[in-house]
Design a protein. Structure first.
Length: 308
């Protein structure tokens, strides 16, 4: 007797999911990056996760500035900078200002696989040694507030008096010159900027802060029209910051003063004016003279006849 057979479909493998993604795993031995699930499955912007994964895949020492990331991604500077701020707020990214042996200050960027994690000594720490765990912004602010609260109790009365005495001087130095005391020509240049670009609207404080720089440009011999063209040329279509910041950046350096005038060259003696031609009233011969009359021969002949 033949074995019984059934036309029913075979039961699906119990280990395979019936819906959703099915992973096809491949064992990688090179060119791969280990990423924590907390970062890969982080809720929020996909750009933030993509930027984080890309930075993790780069070797130590690779530039990760906004300009460098924009060359790799199709997103613009706004989305890239927003992603870096989110990673920095979450503790994955940290920027530190470090002083070199030459006295220069540079910004170093550290990226953490796990926020607050301890560096693994068996792994390559990269240039500069393994950094410590990142300090959350809130904790830094709380510690700064605690230090500020504890300082008056541990500071001597003499130091407190000195600090109090220098406080008005610092406040006076930080206070900008009143607009009424500023150079009126410089204020007029700043006020007229909105006629060229309606977006360049300045407040009184901003105009008072920018007026000294404009006055220095005017004193250096730069005309008001040239300053206006410099401040309004090539502005972006969308201003992401206050216009006063862009104007202050363009007025940051004082131009060179006008050079001394060159000594005038010796005046070239011009020849005497050429007299026009006249017709002699006696012989009708042409001769040069300022007024009509007789030629030289007729005048000399007339004198001879008069003498004879």
């Amino acid at each position: 007797m033949a074995d019984p057979q059934s036309n029913a479909r075979l039961r699906a493998d119990a280990g395979a999911p019936t819906s959703g993604v099915i992973h096809v795993r491949t064992r990688l031995t090179a060119d791969f990056t280990v990423i924590s699930n907390a970062l890969a499955q982080r809720r929020g912007s996909a750009v933030t996760i993509g930027v984080a994964v890309y930075i993790l895949s780069l070797p130590s020492g690779t530039p990760v500035t906004i300009a460098a990331l924009c060359e790799h991604f199709t997103e613009g500077e706004i989305l890239i900078s927003r992603a870096l701020r989110e990673l920095e707020a979450a503790g994955y990214l940290e920027r530190r200002r470090e002083r070199l042996s030459t006295g220069q200050i540079r910004t170093r960027t550290y990226f953490y696989d796990v926020p607050g994690g301890t560096p693994d000594p068996d792994l390559d720490p990269g240039p500069g040694g393994p950094p410590g765990p990142p300090k959350p912004r809130r904790a830094r602010k709380q510690r700064a507030a605690g230090t500020a609260a504890a300082t008056p109790t541990s500071t001597s009365a003499k130091e407190t008096e000195q600090r109090t005495a220098h406080a008005p001087a610092r406040a006076e130095a930080e206070m900008p010159t009143p607009l009424a005391d500023s150079d009126p020509e410089a204020v007029a240049v700043l006020t007229a900027l909105r006629r060229v670009d309606p977006r360049l609207i300045l407040s009184e404080k901003e105009a008072a802060r920018l007026a000294p720089a404009v006055a220095r440009w005017l004193a250096a011999g730069v005309g008001a029209s040239q300053i206006t063209e410099l401040l309004t040329a090539g502005l972006p279509d969308t201003l992401l910051v206050r216009p006063a910041g862009i104007l202050a950046f363009r007025l940051r350096e004082t131009p060179l003063p006008l050079p001394a005038p060159l000594p005038s060259a010796h005046a070239v003696e011009r020849p005497a004016a050429v007299l026009p031609f006249q017709t002699c009233d006696g012989c009708e011969r042409a001769f040069r003279s300022a007024a009509p009359g007789h030629c030289r021969d007729c005048r000399s002949g007339g004198r001879l006849r008069a003498a004879g």
